[in-house]
Every structure is written in C-alpha cells, then in structure tokens.
Design a protein around this ligand. Structure first.
Ligand code: PGA
Ligand code: ZN
Length: 419
C-alpha cells in the first residue's frame, strides 16, 4: 500500500446535533478522492485528543470549526501535498509530527483524525481492497461485530431525569448481522409500544434512543426485558442481552456519585451494579465508575470482572499507554475504541493491539455527534473485535454504520458474533 497525496481539502459541515464538524477529502495521484466525516463527543474524557473549535460566539455558539478547516487546507495540505507515503502509519506519524503537541491541540484532533480516516480509505483503495479488508489480520481475523443498540438515552445525551447515559440491547445470540439488526429494530418497536402504553414520551435523545422521564436505571432495565420478550426474543446471552454505559464521570463529584438525587460511594455503586447483574441479563458495563476513580475501578474489576465485560471509555480515551498502565493495575477488562478520542487511525489500531495482547476486549464506538460516515463499521469488521456500538437502530447517522454490516455480510462469507 503506497499513496502519493495530491491534495487534502476540508470544509465545515453539520453533524447530527446541529453542530459544525469537518468533512475531509484526500486526493491521490490517480485523481481519486477519499472522504471522511469527523465525529464529536459530548461526554468526553479529560484525556482525549483536543478538538479545535473557533470559540467565536457569533458563529454556532462558538462551536465553529473554521480554524480546524484552515489547519487542513493550509498547513496539512502544504505538508502532505506531493509526498509519497509507504503506509498509513507513516502518514499518521507525519500528522503527529507536524502538529507537535502531545494532545493534537495545535492543528486540532478533529482536523487530524479526518485526514487520517480519509487517508485510510485511500490506502485501502491503492491496495485494491475494501476498507475493512485493509485492517484484516492486524488485530484478529475479520468477523461481523454484535451491534449494541442504544435504545434509551439519558445523561448529557437527553434532557430527561435519567442520569445513566446509555441502555443498550445486544443480540449476542443472533445467527447473523442481518438477524441482529432485525432483533434491534423489533425490540426498539416493542419498547416504543410499552412507552406509549405507559403514557411516557417517545421523544429521542442524541443517539436516537428514547428519552422517557424515568429516573431509576433498574426501571429502564425491567422495561427493556419486557420489550425483548414482547418482540419474541429471549433475554440473555443466548438471545438479546443488555449493556449499559452510565458514563459515570458525569455523575461524579468530589468522591461521590449522584444518581436520581441520591449519593453513592464507589463501593455502593459497585454493589448496585452487582445487584443489577444478578437481576437483569446485563453482559457489559461501560464506565461504571469515573475516570479519576482508579481505586474504585480496581475493586469493580475484582468484583465483576469474571462475570461481565467491564469497558473503560473516559478512563482510557483509546490511549495505548493508558490502557497498558490499566492492564498492569487490574483495571477493567475491555476498552472502548473511538478513533477521534486518540486522533489517528494508527494510534487506534495500537490501542486495539495493546488490548488484544492483554486479553482485553475492544468495543468499537461512534460518538454522540455523528455524520453518515460508516468508517467504524469497517474498523470493527476488519479488526474482528466482536462488538460495536453506533446508537439506536434509527436515525440516518446511526443506521449508516449498522447497514454497512449487512452490506459486507451480503458480499462476504464472515462469521458473526463476539468470537
Ligand atoms: P460521547 O459519549 O460520544 O458523547 O462522548 C459516548 C460515550 O460516552 O460512550
Ligand atoms: Zn462511554
């Protein structure tokens, strides 16, 4: 795989939350152009690569990305234009060197990740393979991931009373990606009917899940079990399991977690999770504790690590060094994988390789602010990571990723599932 960059060009577009983001295109020597849309988070970890936002209150309440667009069109285009790269790793390293900071704040992680994603597509094309195939064998052999549909939204993704951010349904027992999508959509429909029956709103949060006025997470979990049964599936690992992302860094203040108006210590949160796992078919908890609560994370991992997957999101920020540190300290047993959190595709693959080497799971993820770019579906398939979350089985920017799974499944003979 080799490319010679002819041009790099970005422009300001809108994301799914009516905020500006970047569309980036890389043109190579044969004139072909490869594009990417840049995602953006709302419940971000403090260790994330730093987005460049304009901060001009007269435009998009300060969220404009014209400076990041200029980073691409001027500095990055100037530095990369006319250069030949032997690998995506070499191109990503050129971006990191050009930026010169440890957190990508000078050029902007949003500028850099867009170039990296678009370049990954250009490299795959130069090798004559689909994007997912360009990742094959780097971590594991390709397989179709279990989609984790976020069907109830709370936290900073919805204005309701629910403090936990994400409640996901995971068709672990489905025989194929197509049947998993069907299960996700049917349970989503059954859930809507349950909400209507209880006169609860069917308005949606940022990731396309319902945002009902329910405060207690256990009440949502019970509702989901009923919706799974209504739709004709078995709740559990052999059918449709549950997963949650409380995004608990957002609930944490001076050593105390705040849930539905009540205060909890780390140990009280851990015991609450144990009770939830005893009572409901939860197979995965992401960010059960806050990014700064490392000692709590060790105890959480001791208590539940052999029963369920414990995914670190804010605490790791897809950073290979942080994950390696966590492995040594017995923190979590899986990492969330977000390309824009670390800022290049190459570093994302490094984070996944660290996880793989340590026996940690890798859970590929979208962001709450998205475009219709389906890059993460190819990343999840090609790396064989086994599971992916991209929001609800509704809204165009979410289903773009899920539909890509069934398109690849239709064209290729690949296994489905956690593996
Ligand atoms: P974000 O949230 O994309 O808004 O940061 C997603 C998550 O916490 O997993
Ligand atoms: Zn998260």
């Amino acid at each position: 795989m080799t490319i010679t960059v002819r041009d790099v060009h970005a422009l300001e577009i809108l994301d799914s939350r009516a905020r500006p983001t970047l569309s980036v295109a890389v043109t190579v020597e044969d004139g072909s152009t490869w594009a990417a849309g840049v995602p953006a988070g709302a419940s971000t970890g403090s260790g994330e690569a730093v987005e460049r936002r304009d901060g001009d209150p007269a435009r998009f309440s300060g969220h404009g990305v014209l400076a990041a667009v200029a980073s691409v069109n001027e500095e990055i285009a100037g530095a990369l234009g006319g250069r030949r790269f032997e690998s995506l790793a070499a191109l990503d390293q050129a971006l990191i060197d050009l930026d010169g900071t440890s957190d990508k704040s000078r050029l902007g992680a949003n500028a850099i990740v867009g170039v990296s994603m678009a370049a990954a597509r250009a490299f795959a094309a130069s090798a004559g393979v689909a994007l997912w195939q360009s990742f094959a064998g780097l971590i594991r052999e390709p397989r179709l991931p279990v989609p984790h549909f976020n069907v109830v939204n709370g936290g900073v993704h919805a204005p309701n009373a629910l403090d936990f951010q994400e409640f996901m349904i995971a068709p672990l027992g489905a025989p194929s990606a197509a049947e998993a999508l069907r299960a996700g959509a049917e349970v989503y429909g059954a859930l809507r009917r349950r909400l209507v029956d209880r006169a609860l709103t069917t308005g949606l949060g940022d990731e396309g899940g319902f945002a009902p006025e329910i405060a207690q997470p256990e009440e949502v979990l019970a509702l989901l079990v009923h919706a799974i049964e209504d739709a004709g599936y078995r709740p559990g690992r052999d059918g449709v399991a549950l997963a949650i992302d409380p995004a608990s860094s957002e609930l944490y203040d001076e050593g105390i977690y705040h849930v539905a108006g009540e205060r909890f210590s780390s140990d009280e949160m851990i015991e609450r999770y144990v009770a939830m796992v005893d009572r409901f078919p939860i197979w995965l908890i992401e960010d059960g504790l806050a990014e700064s609560d490392w000692s709590g994370w060790v105890r959480l991992t001791d208590r539940l690590g052999d029963r369920i997957e414990l995914v670190g999101d804010d605490i790791f920020c897809t950073n290979p060094t942080t994950i390696a540190d966590a492995v040594g300290r017995g923190v979590a047993n899986a990492a969330l994988i977000k390309v824009n959190q670390v800022g290049t595709v190459t570093e994302t693959l490094e984070a996944m390789a660290v996880c793989r080497g340590a026996g940690y799971g890798q859970f590929v993820s979208h962001r709450s602010g998205e475009t219709c770019d389906d890059f993460i579906a190819d990343l999840a398939i090609g790396t064989g990571c086994g599971h992916m979350k991209a929001g609800a089985p509704a809204r165009g920017e979410r289903v773009a990723k899920y539909n890509r799974l069934v398109q690849v499944e239709d064209a290729e003979r690949l296994d489905y599932g956690l593996g």
